[in-house]
Design a protein around this ligand. Sequence first.
Ligand code: NAP
Ligand code: F7E
Length: 343
Amino acid sequence: MHNRALITGVTGQDGSYLAELLIAKGYEVHGLRRRSSTFGTGRIEHLIFGESPQLQLHYGDLSDGNGLVRLIREIRPTEVYNLAAQSHVRVSFDQPAYTADVTAVGTLRLLEAIRDVQDDTGEQIRFYQASSSEMYGKVLETPQKETTPFYPRSPYGVAKVYGHWITINYRESYGLHASCGILFNHESPRRGETFVTRKITRAATRIKLGLQKKLHLGNLDSQRDWGFAGDYVEAMWLMLQQDKADDYVIATNELSSVRDFCEQTFARLDLDYREFVEIDPRYYRPAEVDLLLGDSTKARTRLGWRPRTNFPQLVDMMVEGDLALARQEALIQGLTPSVRKAA
Ligand code: NAP
Ligand code: F7E
C-alpha cells in the first residue's frame, strides 16, 4: 500500500523533523499549515520549494472541524500525526480557553474527522497523538512511566490530558489504531526561541559575539529530561508501525536542571553563566513543574527505540546552530571591526 501521511503542526519543531523522516522513508507527505500574515515556513523551506516539492501544504486549523474532514477526505492519508498545539506552558496561563480549544478539543475534532472518513471509505487511518510529560506535572512517582497517574499543573497540561484520554477513548470505543507518545522535553537547533533551552543557547551565543549583554530567566532549579527532537520523531513513526496501537513514554531517562543547561552552554563558549544570567520573576509560572524524569523501558523493549543523542551532544548541537546565526547577525549588523573579527 502507498504510504500517505498527514502531519498537523508541520511548521513546528517536531513537524519539520518528522516530515524529513517520512520523506526519507518514501512516504507521500502532506502538512497542515494555518494562515498567518507571514510565511511561517522557515523550518520546512527546504522541503516545499523547487519543481517537485517533497512536502505538500494545505491550509487548515485544529479549530475548524469541517475543514479537517474535507482535508482528510481529499488526502486519504494512511497515517495522521497530530503535532499541532498551543504548546507553550507559560502562555497557556495567559490563554487558557484558547489552549483548551486547540490542544484539547482540536484533538477531538481531528479524531472525529478520521472516524467519519474511515467509516465512509473502509480504509484504516492510523493516528498518533502528541501527548506530553507535562501531564505528570506535580509528579506522583519518579521516574514517570506509562502507568504513573497524571497531575497536570497548567492549562496546557490539563488540555494534553484531555487529548490523551480522548485518543484512548476513540481507540477503545471505535477500534481506531490510535497511539499516544508521552514525550518528555525534546529540543534542537529548531526549537522555538521562547522555550528555555533555545532561549539560553540563543542568548549565550549572542553574548559571546557582543550582540547582547544579559539573559533574563525564571526558575533555574527546575529539572527536566531533555532529549533531541530528531531522535524522538523516530519513536512516533515506530508507534504507528505496530500491529496494535498503544501508549509509550519517550525519554532519555536522565535529569538536568535549567542551571545545568546554562552552565554547560556558557562553558562551551568559555563564559561563566553567573556573570550574565539574571533572575526575572516575570518568567515564573503560577504553578511550576519541578521535576520530570521519564522511564522509557517500554518503548525500548517493544519498539526497539532508544535515543542516540545525549545531553552534552544536544547542548553542542544547539550552541553550534545558534553560533552560526549570531555570526550572520553580527555580520549583517556591520558591527565594530573587533566583533567582525570574533565572528
Ligand atoms: P511547536 O514547535 O510549538 O509547534 C506547534 C505546531 O502547532 C506549529 O506548527 C503551529 O503552527 C501549530 N499550531 C498551533 N496552533 C494551531 C492551530 N490552531 N491549528 C493548526 N496548527 C496549529 O511544538 P513542538 O515542540 O514541535 O511540539 C509538537 C507537539 O508535541 C505539540 O503538540 C507539543 O505540545 C507536543 N510536545 C512537545 C514536546 C517538546 O518538548 N517539544 C514534548 C511533549 C509534547 P505555527 O507554526 O503556525 O505556529
Ligand atoms: O520550560 C523554566 C520553566 O518552557 C522548562 C514544551 O515543549 O516541554 C515544554 O514545556 C523549564 C520550566 O518547557 C525560563 O519554568 C526558567 O520549569 O522550556 P520550557 P516546558 O514548560 O517544560 C513539555 C514536555 C511540553 O509538552 C511543552 O509543549 O524552564 N524556565 N526560566 C523558563 N522557561 C521559559 N520558557 N523561559 C524562561 O525564561
